[in-house]
Design a protein. Structure first.
Length: 357
């Protein structure tokens, strides 16, 4: 693991990508997140606004998300390719200010230190509703803006049935087996797999669009002017139309009041129909799909957080497992699940039992 001193040295060496004679006056190493990329906020002499240095992992490293890509050249990195495309589509992404191939560093516009999570914590219920109204609007703008011109890197990747199954297996492998010490019997394994197929079939029947893949509060920065800036879009691919709105409204880091959840879901559904993204009678299908997608996404997250702890050595995400399981328990009450599959999960995962009680 690269030390903070080494990260700062990399960023300082890469300063030349911003222009000749550029000098740093202060450097702040930002906390790590789930990604192997690391970020530094760098103040420059004679420049009012700081810059963000994105330090990419070695090109030989495996992508952090299945279906993701790492390029040999920084100029070909998915973040760079997708950023340039999204910028042409008028979506609010950070400007790319320079790159250093040797140090594997990207220089980006700084959207500020305030993400959607922090912003909604600092205001009351009215401020939270306004912020989430903006976020739903941006989710709709994403759907409209990404309908055309996507680069091959995006359109050739998809959240297909195999990927959806793999993500659900992440829950079995890391939450059940690694975290809880549960090994399913052969009969239980067959039942588990049958339930997985039910979820995958429901989700795959939804309209397919370009999805961000991680459209949640920590990837939405609130600019000083109140606008939103979208981050972490490098894994964009084709997927179920409800995927991003599930990530936003069933965010493991933010629990929305039921009334705001319903209002946001209504606004999103009505917006999707009004923009001609689905047929006018598809609202109920989208709402049902939202809960099936919640099952898939949040089971995956519960396993992913254990994986990040055990494999990446970062236990900070373990605190979000109960909320993720709470979303699963809620979704289980809203869809027509096989009863034997529901009982299996309640039997093997005490977190689901606690959430459902």
């Amino acid at each position: 693991m690269e030390s903070e001193v080494a990260m700062v040295e990399r960023a300082l060496v890469a300063l030349s990508a911003l222009g000749e004679g550029v000098v740093a006056s202060r450097v702040e190493v930002l906390p790590p997140h789930a990604s192997p990329r690391r970020y530094l906020r760098v103040w420059l002499e004679g420049v009012d606004e700081p810059r963000i240095a994105m330090l990419l992992p070695p090109a030989s490293r495996e992508a952090e998300e299945r279906g993701g890509v790492l390029a040999a050249r920084v100029a070909d990195e998915p973040f760079v390719v997708v950023q340039r495309w999204l910028e042409t589509r008028g979506l609010p992404v950070p400007a790319l200010l320079g790159l250093d191939e040797e140090q594997r560093v990207l220089w980006l516009e700084d959207g500020g230190p305030l993400d959607l999570d922090l912003a909604q914590q600092s205001g009351g219920a009215e401020a939270q509703a306004i912020l989430y109204g903006q976020a739903v609007g941006l989710a709709l703008d994403w759907l409209s803006g990404t309908r055309e011109g996507a680069p091959p890197l995006v359109v050739e990747r998809s959240m297909d049935a195999a990927l959806l199954r793999w993500e659900l297996e992440h829950y079995r492998e890391w939450r059940l087996e690694a975290d809880l010490g549960v090994t399913l019997t052969q009969a239980e394994r067959s039942l588990w797999e049958a339930g997985v197929e039910d979820i995958v079939d429901r989700v795959m029947a939804l309209p397919q669009v370009i999805v961000h893949r991680d459209f949640q509060s920590h990837n939405l920065m609130v600019r000083p002017d109140g606008g939103l800036l979208l981050l972490d879009f490098q894994d964009a691919l084709q997927g179920p139309i409800v995927y991003d709105v599930v990530a936003l409204l069933r965010d493991s880091y933010v629990a929305l009041p039921d009334g705001l959840l319903d209002a946001c879901m209504d606004a999103w559904t009505e917006g999707v129909v009004a923009r001609g993204l689905v047929a006018s009678g598809a609202g109920q299908t989208l709402r049902e799909g939202f809960w099936w997608m919640t099952l898939q996404r949040k089971l995956k997250d519960a396993g992913r957080f254990v994986y990040i702890d055990r494999v990446r050595g970062n236990p900070s995400f373990l605190q979000w497992i109960p909320r993720s399981l709470g979303y699963v328990a809620d979704a289980m009450r809203r869809v027509e699940l096989r009863e034997d599959w529901r009982q299996l999960l309640l039997t093997v995962d005490p977190g689901l039992r606690d959430a459902g009680s």
